[in-house]
Design a protein around this ligand. Sequence first.
Ligand SMILES: Nc1ncnc2c1ncn2[C@@H]1O[C@H](COP(=O)(O)OP(=O)(O)OP(=O)(O)O)[C@@H](O)[C@H]1O
Length: 296
Amino acid sequence: MRFRGHTALTDVSTSIPADTITGLLGRNGAGKTTLMQLLTGHRVPTTGQVRVLGGDPFENDAVLSRMCFLKEGQRYPEYFRVCDALAAAATLYPAWDGDLADQLVADFELPRKRQIKKLSRGMNSAVGIVLGLASRAPVTLFDEPYLGLDAVARHLFYDRLLADYAEHPRTIVLSTHLIEEISDLLEHVLLIDHGRVLLDTDAESLRASGLTVSGPAPLVAGFAAGQHLLHTESMAGRSRAVVRATTATARQDATDLGLTVEPTSVQQLVVAMSLATTHGPSSPDAARLALQGVPR
Ligand SMILES: Nc1ncnc2c1ncn2[C@@H]1O[C@H](COP(=O)(O)OP(=O)(O)OP(=O)(O)O)[C@@H](O)[C@H]1O
C-alpha cells in the first residue's frame, strides 16, 4: 500500500486464522490501521490482493455484511443518541444480539438517551465496544478501541469479549499498544514494523519462546548464538540476553549451562524485536526497554 511517496505496507503476506483472537501489534505508524482499512475494503491495495471470507472486500456486500470494523475515535451522525446507534446497528448487522447489547450498555453505564457527541471520550469508546461485541460479526476488527477508557472499563471489555467469544467463536482482530494487558487474550500475534511483518505466530509458542538468560559473558554468548538474539547487555564479565528460543530444549539447555533463566513477557519480546530491527540488538534503548520489568 503506497500513499504518494510513502510505502505504508510492503511484502505483507499473511493469513489471519479464522475463529481466533489476533493481536495486531506495532509501533506508531507501523501500518496497523492501513492493514485494517485494506481488510475492510476502506482502501484498495496498490499491488497485491486481500481476501476476506473468500472474497475481495472492496465494495463487496456479501463480505462486508459479515464484518464489523470499529475505528479509534469512531464517528457517528451528528444527532445520534446511544439508542440511535444501537437501533442502526441492529438493522446493519444480521447477527446482532439485542440482549447482549442491553447487558453491555448496563455494564458500561451508558446513558441511552444522551447524544453521542456529548459523551466523554471513554464513554464514546464504550459505545464502539458495545457495537463491536453485540454485532457478533463473523469478522470483527477493533482498531485501538479504548481511547480514554479507564482501567476498570478496559478489563470489563476483556472479560466480556472472552466470555462472548467462548460462546460464539468468531474471528477477532484487535490492534493495541496495551500489549501487557491483552497478551493473555491473544491466540495469534501479527507484529508489523515499518510496514513489514516482523512476527506472525501463535501466541502460545511466542509466550513459551521468550527467555532472558544471564551469567558469565562467554557462556551467555555461546547459548545466544544458537537462538534468535533480540538484545544483549554486558558488564564486568557478565551478560544478560533476551532471546526468542529456536529449540524446544532452549530453557533446559540454558539451565544446564548454569545460566539464570527468567521468563520474558510478550510485551518485552515485542519491544525488543521492534527496537532490534531499528537499532540492532545491542543498542542502549533496546537494552533499557527490553529489560524493563525483568527482575534482576
Ligand atoms: N492517507 C495517507 N496519506 C499518506 N500517508 C498515510 C496515509 N495514511 C497513513 N499514512 C502513513 O502510513 C503509515 C502507517 O500508518 P497507520 O495509520 O497504518 O499506522 P498505525 O500502525 O495504525 O499507527 P498508530 O499506532 O500510530 O495508530 C504512517 O507512516 C502514516 O503516516
